[in-house]
Design a protein around this ligand. Structure first.
Ligand code: FEO
Length: 176
């Protein structure tokens, strides 16, 4: 069944929002690299890659349902971050906004009785729990660390271990 127009519009907006998220995290990653915080830069770079897969999951869904995927301009992002604590607090705030957007699309899917979209959106509802928890945890750790250079060094080391896994694919493998 062809995708419902209201859902199609909302998902197209979400494709743009996910690409914006990738852009936001890529910009933060660049700032962390400049600050010589390579672990944080790695974590944020992986996060940007994840956001791309979120955009692609929505994109594939629109086309699978014989919809029309559109590509409007992606808004520019802030680039004058002063410190990681500011970045991760903003990341958590951003993820809360994304959750609200996903919930809004789910509301439309339910009101339009579009079960296929609701089923696909369930994946994002679950994913957002993790997205909020991850950014919130790092933001809280950074608040605790405060001015401690040693604490920052330890956290940076911890975040250097994150590796990209495409969780939108069934086996968690590479892009199909
Ligand atoms: Fe695609 Fe960070 O939510």
């Amino acid at each position: 069944m062809k995708i419902n127009k209201k859902i199609e519009d909302a998902i197209n907006k979400q494709i743009n929002a996910e690409l914006y998220s990738a852009y936001l995290y890529l910009g933060m990653s660049a700032r962390c690299t400049e600050m010589n915080l390579k672990g944080m830069a790695n974590w944020l770079y992986v996060q940007a890659q994840e956001e791309m897969t979120h955009a692609m999951k929505f994109y594939r869904f629109v086309l699978e349902r014989s919809g029309h995927a559109v590509m409007p301009a992606i808004e520019g992002v802030k680039s004058d971050w002063k410190a990681p604590v500011e970045m991760f607090a903003a990341a958590y705030e951003h993820e809360q906004k994304v959750t609200a957007m996903i919930n809004n699309i789910m509301d439309i899917a339910i009101s339009e009785r579009d079960h296929a979209s609701a089923s696909m959106l369930n994946w994002f509802v679950d994913e957002q729990v993790e997205e909020e928890a991850n950014s919130s945890e790092i933001a809280e750790k950074l608040k605790l660390i405060g001015e401690s250079k040693e604490g920052l060094f330890m956290l940076d080391k911890e975040l250097s271990t994150r590796v990209f896994v495409d969780s939108t694919q069934p086996a968690g493998g590479a892009q199909a």
